[in-house]
Design a protein around this ligand. Sequence first.
Ligand SMILES: [Zn+2]
Ligand SMILES: [Zn+2]
Length: 301
Amino acid sequence: MSCATALWRISLHGGHSGEFCEHAEGSLHDILEAACQAGYYVFGVAEHMPRVEPQFLYPNEREWGWTVETLEQNFERYAHTITQLAAEFEGRLTVLRGFEIEVVPRDRYAQLVRYYREKYKFEYIVGSVHYLHDTSIDGYSEREFGELLKGLGSMEAVAVLYYQTVAEMAQAVRPEVIGHLDLIRLKATRLGMADQVATPRVRQAVEQALEAIRAVDARVEVNTSALRKGLDQPYPADWIVRLGARMGIKFCIGDDSHRPAQVGFGLEAAREHLLRNGVREVHFFTREAGAIVPTSARLDE
Ligand SMILES: [Zn+2]
Ligand SMILES: [Zn+2]
């Protein structure tokens, strides 16, 4: 019997598990059981794509003796496991097989995304920007980020470059989902510079990114991990959702879970965030006769 309690209860970004990811916990099977418990209708799993050069290994990965080959092997195991589990959960939960991309190495990430997508026949991808000019903006190297900030001159300039990179990524890999669209807000808030990522210049860059996103028909996720990390709103912020709604952007939801206990976190908050800012439906995919097809569900029913 289906686990679904409402058709809008979907997540297209999450399901990172300790089986394949250094900063996640629990098995993928337990995560999917948790998705059933949370009453999901569709749960897309999007494990991280391998970073193929040693300079991009995380501190923990280095400490554990992991190499780029370890990441490659983990990802291959992931591709096989998610395929088996999607079949096992069929009828209870629609599990979509995806991955979350990286934009490194800067000069060949788009080719790598196509390569992995094709090799393992993934059904969709989450387009995320965790790096600018090969420098992490996601907390892994404070020193490097400081240098980027200094080089560009201001957090406002970093944010503009960030949204330009999102626009380029959307054009280059045509992702079905855009991950945590205003991720740069986390870094800016932690550095006490939140006001610098909502200036008129940044707004213009956001609008251009949204135009690029609309041109490739990608869905912008409301990602609730921002709430877990102490921000007062999910990604993206109110003003971006309102701007997107006016522009006819499609939205979906992602819990960005990295362990079973995080599955379903903030789902109601995501729904309220969308409704409050003028979005009445979520756009996602289901599987019909083995193929995934786009669909949508009302948030206010
Ligand atoms: Zn992660
Ligand atoms: Zn991410």
